[in-house]
Design a protein. Structure first.
Length: 226
């Protein structure tokens, strides 16, 4: 292959391979080989009866099984007694919390704690949340661990004291698992490295200056006398 062709193929291969390799490394650092992205623990405190996460409006085409399905994990630890965390249809949750004072979670990665703001006022103490039949996923205890395979629909996440009382203080952490991201990161890394190495070899080969041809001095026997 000519030098120009080697450089013409080698340099773009180096750039593509480098971007793919960096992308694969970043993805694996972020989600690991199992495709799990983890949020650090955050404190949340409210004088209300419940903390609610803004309604999750998930489209009907969202996969609920296979490598492209998403799994949400939430871990809640209470400071004063048992706590509850649940995910339910937005309409059912709104009905359950009607007339109950709630705060809304507006940012989960606020430095040092969740950022919340008042959502609705009220004076009613709701019945214990774990007795309600509409939750699609729920957990209760001194440390409550919830796992939910994401499904299409309108959902609301709720954090409460297990008895429904006011003054909720918790430490919360969360995770999102997308199984396909792990293999994608590995493939990006392996293919990117292969392209990068091939591009470097082509570029080095194309950059070499060909040796100048040296003429062989005539032998004495080849000299023709005048």
């Amino acid at each position: 292959m000519k030098r120009g062709l080697k450089l013409g193929f080698g340099i773009p291969m180096v750039l593509v391979g480098l971007f793919m390799t960096l992308g694969g490394v970043a993805l694996l650092v972020l989600v690991g080989t199992d495709g799990t992205f983890t949020l650090p623990s955050q404190a949340a405190t409210t004088s209300a009866n419940a903390l609610v996460l803004e309604t999750l409006d998930l489209g009907a085409n969202l996969p609920s099984s296979g490598s492209f399905s998403a799994t949400v994990g939430v871990t809640i630890s209470g400071r004063d007694g048992d706590v509850f965390v649940g995910i339910g249809p937005a309409s059912d949750v709104a009905r359950y919390l009607r007339g109950v004072r709630t705060d809304r979670i507006v940012q989960v990665n606020w430095p040092g704690r969740m950022r919340t703001e008042p959502d609705q006022g009220g004076h009613r103490t709701p019945p214990p949340p774990d007795a309600q039949p509409f939750w699609v996923a729920q957990a209760k205890g001194a440390t409550a661990n919830l796992t939910w395979i994401v499904a299409p629909g309108d959902w609301t996440l709720v954090i409460m004291n297990a008895n429904g009382s006011a003054n909720v203080t918790v430490i919360a952490s969360g995770s999102l698992r997308l199984p396909a991201l792990g293999p994608v990161g590995v493939i990006l890394l392996v293919v990117g490295l292969a392209i990068l190495i091939g591009g470097v070899l082509l570029t080095i080969s194309g950059a070499k200056t060909p040796k100048a041809s040296q003429s062989t001095p005539p032998r004495p026997d080849d000299v023709v006398p005048a």
